[in-house]
Ligand binder design. Sequence first.
Ligand code: SF4
Length: 232
Amino acid sequence: MNNSKPMNLGIGSFVKFSTQDYPDKVSIIVFLQGCPLRCTYCYNKDLQPFKADKHIVDWNSVICHLEERRNLLDAVVFSGGEPLANPWLLEIMIPKAKSLGYLIGLHTSGYFPNKLLDCLPSIDYVGLDVKGTIDKYDAITGVKGGFKNMERSLDILLASQIQFECRTTKGDELDEIDLLEIMEWLAVKGVRRYAIQSRRDILDDGSMSMNTFDNLRVIEAGRRMFEKFEMR
Ligand code: SF4
């Protein structure tokens, strides 16, 4: 039981149990409010504004869950929104989760390479979004300059010892040729783990539908180019 005053650290929501978001570990996912991008396929639009008056979760309730489930959970994954935009991530949330013995995962668009660099010594795993080819990047993300920032983040990860994965969501803007181009670019850079994620749509009744992408040339190329390749 935690009687502390509520702490609003910009947490939009959290998932109490996941086996999908940190390789081979059981984690929780903390979704942080606020994102500088406006991806065409975003299914977390509620998390895009930096200030939201709904869906805000008390950080103390996350801590309670982490304390109670210490023997069942391995990792805390911070996602978003864009978690590196959150001022309390490195100051408060990561140190607390680490003090409870958890591994730290981060899902990021790579838009803030300098913040990634600051966080790197405190985290154990990164999932980096590669949103598209260089020529389609601005159209997919809705902002200018995202590709350059993502590439800088990727170079930081490649130069580090940290475990990381690159992943691309297959939205309408990307076709087979684009995906092959992205994969070749990543493989030449030295990326070893890559995943293509199916786009998810929120239906009128609030349920989610998956647009499964099943392309043999892409699958064969992925298996050839990367140590670990997934379609999910
Ligand atoms: S980076 Fe993620 S949260 Fe931000 S707009 Fe894109 S899909 Fe949505």
